[in-house]
Write a protein that binds this ligand. Structure first.
Ligand SMILES: *[C@@H]1O[C@H](CO)[C@@H](O)[C@H](O)[C@H]1NC(C)=O
Ligand SMILES: *[C@@H]1O[C@H](CO)[C@@H](O)[C@H](O)[C@H]1NC(C)=O
Ligand SMILES: *[C@@H]1O[C@H](CO)[C@@H](O)[C@H](O)[C@H]1NC(C)=O
Ligand SMILES: *[C@@H]1O[C@H](CO)[C@@H](O)[C@H](O)[C@H]1NC(C)=O
Ligand SMILES: *[C@@H]1O[C@H](CO)[C@@H](O)[C@H](O)[C@H]1NC(C)=O
Ligand SMILES: *[C@@H]1O[C@H](CO)[C@@H](O)[C@H](O)[C@H]1NC(C)=O
Length: 426
């Protein structure tokens, strides 16, 4: 009986022990996982919203009190001015960070160090004007980076080079004037790139090299006057291109781009309107729908008969005169045709010069001989006259000849003028 009661007591005691220790463990684990939620924030499982706190607390004083298991953190609209290096390094599982609508003017090296779990970073609507080249260097799993509505003028070249997982980069509404050709090097996973509302005056030729996953690109609202299709070609996956709001100069140089846009549209992609701003006869016209007939003057066979001095300008004149001698990107067949005409012209010119020289020389020689003969028979009285007569046509001929060579003379012109057999000049 006594033994039984003792056993019962012992059982009871162990059960109580287990109960106490387990409740103690729960208590401890609760304390261990988190500090309390910072005042003004709302902490909900792994999401912490500390946006629009309307208080003067510093970023670090808030971060110090955050639950360490936070994976989503909204710090938007707080007038924060600085992010100290290593600020976020305790938040081991943070994947989503919204720092938009603060007063950050710079991002320093180390601001996001030890933060390789971050997937989404929003820094839009701050006052960022400078960003340290290595500020994002440890975010090698980052997929989304928003830097829109800041005042960035220039980006460090290697700024994005470690972001090999990035799929979307938003640089909309900054003050970018130019980009380095290697600016986006290494962003092999990038699918969307927003460069709209900047002040870009050109797109470097190799800017999109290696962006073989890019499907969406916006260049809306920049200062681009021209764009080479060779710049876009490396982006082989491109499906949607936005080009409007730029002062496009729709001259002969833009023809390859037009062809490329048509190709993209033909293969099921989308290209939004791209309104020309110059030349005046195409102002406001959408590059996509301008008939090729308007660019007829750009083709060299037509062009050769026009005044070459017009080729210097960058505008398409109202009448279809040559503007295109200097254009760089012509279809291969057209380039070959031009080359043939030029070579034929030069060869013809050289042959013609030789003919003139030979003919003139022959003429002079004959005259001299005749003259001598005359001298022998009639004395010295009219000695010089035939020589002078022979020289004058020679000068006239040379004056005629020089501009003809300069224009790249055509075989027929040469034949007509010199009355040589056609095979000499062709
Ligand atoms: C994170 O910690 C809080 C308490 O601070 C807790 O309520 C929440 O369940 C935890 N979330 C996860 C995903 O562990
Ligand atoms: C963060 O908070 C701001 C302000 O409350 C809100 O506008 C924004 O949508 C929030 N961000 C996200 C990603 O939910
Ligand atoms: C941020 O500053 C603006 C004016 O500078 C003020 O109106 C706003 O209340 C401030 N917001 C916070 C969260 O302190
Ligand atoms: C929060 O935690 C749950 C489960 O722990 C997870 O499924 C969810 O994706 C997390 N949310 C975020 C925003 O990380
Ligand atoms: C990053 O983590 C390493 C070790 O995990 C630590 O030594 C280092 O101090 C951390 N850096 C920062 C800026 O917190
Ligand atoms: C371009 O032209 C289209 C149609 O003419 C018009 O709807 C669009 O607003 C124009 N875009 C700009 C930026 O002017």
């Amino acid at each position: 009986m006594l033994l039984f009661a003792e056993e019962l007591l012992q059982q009871h005691l162990t059960r109580m022990n287990i109960l106490i220790s387990s409740s103690l463990m729960i208590l401890l684990s609760l304390c261990g996982t988190s500090a309390s939620c910072p005042s003004g924030c709302s902490c909900n499982v792994n999401q912490t919203d500390c946006s629009d706190l309307n208080q003067l607390a510093s970023l670090n004083s808030i971060l110090d009190r955050l639950p360490l298991n936070t994976s989503y953190l909204n710090l938007s609209k707080n007038n924060f001015t600085i992010v100290e290096p290593g600020s976020f390094s305790n938040l081991r599982i943070l994947t989503y960070l919204d720092l938009s609508r603060n007063l950050l003017s710079t991002i320093n090296h180390g601001s996001f160090s030890n933060f390789s779990g971050l997937l989404h970073l929003d820094l839009s609507r701050n006052l960022l004007s400078t960003v340290s080249p290595s500020s994002f260097s440890q975010l090698n799993n980052l997929e989304f980076l928003d830097l829109s509505e800041n005042v960035l003028v220039r980006l460090p070249v290697n700024m994005f080079s470690d972001l090999g997982s990035l799929t979307e980069l938003v640089l909309r509404d900054n003050r970018l004037k130019e980009l380095n050709p290697d600016q986006f090097k290494g962003l092999t996973e990038l699918r969307r790139l927003d460069l709209s509302l900047n002040s870009l005056i050109s797109m470097p030729t190799h800017l999109l090299d290696g962006l073989q996953n890019l499907v969406w690109l916006s260049l809306v609202g920049n200062k681009l006057r021209t764009l080479q299709q060779t710049t876009l070609e490396p982006a082989t996956a491109l499906q949607h291109l936005l080009l409007d709001g730029n002062p496009w100069n729709c001259n002969c140089n833009l023809i390859p781009l037009k062809h490329w846009l048509e190709w993209i549209m033909y293969t099921g992609g989308r290209v939004d309107s791209a309104n020309c701003s110059s030349p005046s006869n195409l102002h406001g016209k959408d590059l996509r729908s301008i008939p090729m007939e308007m660019f007829r003057h750009c083709y060299p066979l037509y062009l050769e008969t026009r005044n070459p001095s017009a080729a210097e300008g960058h505008q398409v004149p109202a009448e279809p005169a040559g503007d295109c001698i200097r254009q760089r990107y012509r279809p291969v067949s057209v380039r070959r045709a031009t080359a043939t005409v030029v070579v034929a012209g030069v060869v013809c010119g050289v042959v013609c010069v030789l003919m003139v020289v030979t003919a003139t020389y022959g003429c002079i020689y004959a005259t001299l001989v005749a003259n001598e003969h005359q001298q022998l028979t009639h004395g010295n009285s009219q000695q010089q006259q035939p020589l002078m007569v022979a020289k004058e046509p020679e000068q006239d001929e040379k004056e005629d000849l020089m501009p003809t060579i300069g224009k790249g003379a055509e075989a027929t012109e040469c034949v007509g003028w010199m009355a040589f057999p056609p095979e000499v000049c062709v």
